[in-house]
Design a protein around this ligand. Structure first.
Ligand code: 1PR
Length: 558
């Protein structure tokens, strides 16, 4: 039974399916705002800004929604802004110079500092804490000292004298303390995504939805906040993410299953030759299980997609749609994100169209494999950013944080780093005690396409750097040699790539035990590590990994 109605301000820029699902899961009904008049008569607006600051403001302007929205906010009517929906309340943003914000809150949103004083990856992608500086009904049902919420953003609003009366919580990223939640009476907004923050995010949303209109502005009862009180606020830190990955494909009977390869070979061994595709479960059920087990994020890779286009791949879209109904952590989908011509109709679909289909189905990020390699090769040949690659198009439209590049490299061992034939390769010395089959102490990582079937004349470190330049927001770094082996991550590779780029890197391939997670976090500085086989085969539980991280003093979400 519906507990009430909320009006969603969705200007169609991206995926708000998860938010709709989150609100529905709390038994509230979602109504879409259609016109300026709807805003004037609304009684509870939720504004999940999507895209860039400039795009969001432009969309509001062309619809004639800016003035009605300002009036609604000035009247202090119930409002919940999310991410860009919070940033738009400020006067402007460095993201889109010249674009004017709603100006309800003083201050201009700035890019995260990324220099020697603040050595962090940007975007900030992951789970961080929030420190409350005053009481709020929205925070009543969470454990504010311990709980984490999910952030994904490159720009942040900083507290200044003029906006202190709005600040509800602050969060630290590196050396910067920024505003993570605001509240004045019934006007509330979060920089984080409650709809992606599991139980904690749902509790915050539910408290707002239950209490809106009833807020007696407790804020005025508390002592006014000062900048020095903010400096003393308990610092938070971004925690390490544990990601579960589901390689999905059709088996020989045509059913979509989760499989897992051994160095990318997904068929069972069989006496008479190639056996069946290894079947480790159903994608939607496994996704739900990992969410309940505490996965910080879930990745689906459609691993047969290089053979076909995904625009018609309804089963995979349905997997996303069904998973996002009750899984409230970020979902990434990869496989087949590229331009595609339908062989039946001859109709061409851009990579952006393909990605959009996935975002509408519930994905938060798309992961690009082969197409990223081709785009990087083209850039290295021409040194021109054409704007036409899938990375550039999707990043421009949805933001860098929505674009992950999945790299599938293989080790190439070499005896020395100074061979002239390796001049354009990033060669790395292996760790003590590690060597190639002929005792080689060095190696470079050759990138592959088509699920590891084809190698290219490009190394993984160069690929990562070029993809960052093209606009990727995150790197998912596999290693075919380590995949499914259970011997731990490829530490030299992960360290070299993380040191080469300013965007976050997800370590992938090779996890065989909980200690491999602490090892890769300690030795490489990455914020996220992904595993597949050990979780699917129930050899190690996600909770066990989290427990181990706590024992090792590594911050994680529990
Ligand atoms: O090129 O954009 O269509 O994307 C295809 C995607 O499918 C790429 O991201 C590629 O990594 C993936 N892929 C293609 N073939 C396979 C295969 O296994 N035959 N899977 C494949 C890659 C890597 C991870 C794996 C980790 C952890 N799988 O997904 O889960 O290595 O495994 P582990 O913990 O068990 O060691 P495009």
């Amino acid at each position: 039974m519906s507990r009430g109605k909320v009006q969603l301000l969705d200007y169609g820029a991206g995926n708000v399916r998860s938010l709709r699902n989150a609100i529905k899961s709390l038994n509230f009904e979602v109504i879409d705002l259609q016109s300026a008049e709807d805003i004037a008569t609304a009684d509870c607006i939720i504004f999940p800004g999507v895209g860039s600051f400039g795009q969001a403001m432009e969309s509001l302007r062309t619809r004639g929604w800016i003035e009605p929205l300002k009036e609604y906010l000035r009247a202090g009517k119930p409002f919940f802004g999310i991410c860009l929906g919070m940033q738009s309340l400020f006067e402007g943003s460095e993201e889109s110079p010249g674009a004017v914000g709603l100006g309800i809150i003083p201050g201009v949103v700035t890019r995260f500092l990324q220099d020697s004083s603040n050595r962090v990856s940007v975007p900030q992608i992951g789970w961080n804490g929030i420190t409350a500086v005053k009481p709020s009904c929205c925070l009543e049902n969470i454990n504010i000292n311990n709980d984490k919420v999910y952030f994904v953003h490159s720009f942040c609003a900083l507290p200044i004298e003029a906006n202190l009366d709005w600040v509800l919580t602050v969060t630290d990223y590196g050396s910067q303390k920024y505003i993570s939640m605001i509240q004045k009476g019934n006007v509330v907004a979060t920089q984080f995504h409650p709809e992606k923050s599991g139980r904690v995010g749902l509790a915050i949303l539910e408290s707002f939805l239950n209490k809106h209109g009833l807020v007696s502005n407790k804020i005025s009862e508390s002592a006014p906040l000062t900048m020095s009180m903010l400096v003393d606020a308990t610092p938070t830190c971004i925690v390490k993410r544990v990601i579960a990955c589901l390689d999905v494909r059709s088996n020989d009977a045509g059913d979509l299953i989760v499989t897992k390869g051994d160095q990318y070979d997904v068929r069972e061994e069989s006496a008479g030759g190639r056996g069946d595709v290894r079947n480790l479960g159903k994608p939607v059920a496994l996704c739900k299980r990992y969410y309940e087990d505490g996965a910080d994020e879930i990745v689906f890779l459609n691993i047969t997609s290089f053979r076909q286009g995904v625009i018609d791949d309804l089963p995979m879209l349905q997997v996303l749609e069904h998973s996002s109904e009750n899984v409230f952590v970020p979902l990434t989908v990869g496989g087949g994100i590229r331009e595609y011509v339908d062989p039946q109709t001859g109709i061409s679909h851009s990579a952006l169209d393909v990605a959009s289909r996935y975002f509408r189905a519930g994905a938060d990020k798309v992961s690009i494999g082969g197409d990223a390699v081709y785009a990087a090769e083209e850039y290295l040949n021409t040194k021109i950013l054409s704007g036409t690659s899938s990375i550039e198009q999707i990043s421009k439209h949805y933001g860098a944080q929505a674009v992950v590049v999945s790299i599938d490299p293989k080790r190439v061992y070499v005896a020395t780093a100074d061979n002239p034939s390796l001049a354009n390769k990033n060669v790395v010395k292996l760790r003590d005690g590690e060597a190639g089959p002929s005792g080689e102490e060095y190696c470079w990582w050759q990138v592959t396409v088509k699920g590891g079937r084809e190698t290219r004349d490009l190394d993984a470190i160069t690929l990562a750097k070029v993809c960052e330049l093209l606009g990727a927001g995150e790197i998912m770094l596999n290693c075919i040699d380590m995949d499914g082996q259970g011997n731990g991550y490829d530490i030299p590779l992960v360290r070299a790539v993380q040191n080469a780029v300013g965007i976050p890197v997800i370590a992938s391939s090779g996890a065989g035990a909980a200690r491999h997670f602490s090892e890769v976090f300690r030795e490489t500085g990455v914020l996220a590590a992904l595993a597949a086989g050990i979780f699917h085969r129930n050899e190690v539980k996600i909770e066990e990994v989290k427990r181990h991280l706590v024992e090792e003093g590594i911050p994680s979400r529990n």
